[in-house]
Design a binder for this molecule. Structure first.
Ligand code: ATP
Ligand code: MG
Length: 287
């Protein structure tokens, strides 16, 4: 991984940008989420009844998801409420089956909900039709999966270009690969790269779309300890340096130490949500 944009931030503790962000949340500055929300009734209030200025960047409001399996109903999400502010590094943690992937898939427009409401950047994505959801996934969301999901017969550069080509305001594919430390490996196919390198291509692919939100489902689940740390550092640095809002799903409690916001999911509900006042750089976390 190269220095520059993704270089270390200076030492332990909360960087200035985060102090500012949390200051805003405490009411010192106006919030930035929801600026382009247009209320249908012209009242300046969103469907949840809040004034625009009170809206968070991401809002889950009483979200329910029930899967029907023949005679059986599986309540994957029972009543999920949380919010995420713009530019935050958010970790969603919980046991297997708690509902983490279901939450991320709904947030990413890859799954529908059975009840409740989801807002992103002032827009009610839970009311989107299929066409709107396709555009939302294409332009607004970057996804990083556990098993990379790269196209095997395309090079690293071509994998990233494929994603950036469908975006409205893409970043330069080669430049983005350089930023994740793969400037020398752009012509390699996925099979010629290590797991950590493949995941970095996947992150570059997601970032090159210049999305509003980067969603990562167990991004280090297939990686060894040190490689996993390097990938998490890349995600943390990306959030710090570019202001990208990043959501990472994990079952690893230790990773909560690196988050701005920690959302704990338990049996289809949010057990707790907290802001972390002592953010630890990932290289200092042991598990
Ligand atoms: N397509 C589906 N059909 C039926 N049930 C499902 C489906 N997807 C998820 N579930 C169920 O919903 C619940 C939540 O699943 P989810 O995948 O969100 O859990 P998770 O927290 O991501 O778990 P893990 O850590 O194992 O990935 C589980 O009980 C799961 O079996
Ligand atoms: Mg999962």
């Amino acid at each position: 991984m190269g220095p520059g944009l993704y270089g270390k931030y200076g030492g332990r503790g909360r960087p200035a940008v985060l102090r500012k962000r949390f200051g805003r949340q405490e009411g010192l500055d106006p919030p930035q989420g929801g600026q382009d929300y247009k209320s249908r009734d012209g009242s300046g209030r969103n469907p949840a009844g809040k004034a625009e200025k009170d809206m968070a960047f991401v809002e889950f409001d009483k979200v329910k998801k029930t899967y029907h399996m023949g005679e059986v109903d599986i309540e994957a999400l029972r009543d999920v409420n949380f919010e995420i502010e713009k530019g935050e590094f958010c970790v969603i943690v919980g046991a297997s089956g708690a509902g983490k992937t279901t939450i991320l898939n709904i947030l990413g427009g890859m799954d529908t909900l059975s009840g409740g409401r989801v807002m992103l950047d002032g827009k009610e994505i839970s009311s989107y039709n299929q066409k709107q959801l396709t555009a939302y996934r294409r332009y607004d969301i970057g996804f990083v999966f556990q098993f990379y999901n790269l196209i095997q017969n395309l090079t690293a550069l071509e994998n990233v270009e494929l994603a950036s080509q469908i975006s409205k305001a893409p970043l330069d594919a080669a430049q983005t690969l350089k930023k994740v430390g793969l400037g020398e490996r752009m012509g390699n196919f996925p099979a010629q790269l290590s797991g950590g390198e493949q995941q970095r291509v996947a992150i570059a692919r997601a970032l090159a779309k210049n999305p509003k939100l980067l969603l990562c489902d167990e991004p280090t689940g297939a990686l060894d300890y040190n490689t996993g740390k390097a990938v998490l550092k890349l995600l943390q640095d990306t959030c710090q340096d570019t202001g990208m809002t990043v959501v990472v799903i994990t079952h690893n409690q230790a990773l909560t130490a690196m988050a701005d916001r920690i959302i704990r999911v338990k049996s289809g509900t949010v057990g707790s949500m907290e802001l972390n006042r002592d953010i630890v750089p990932v290289e200092e976390i042991e598990w």
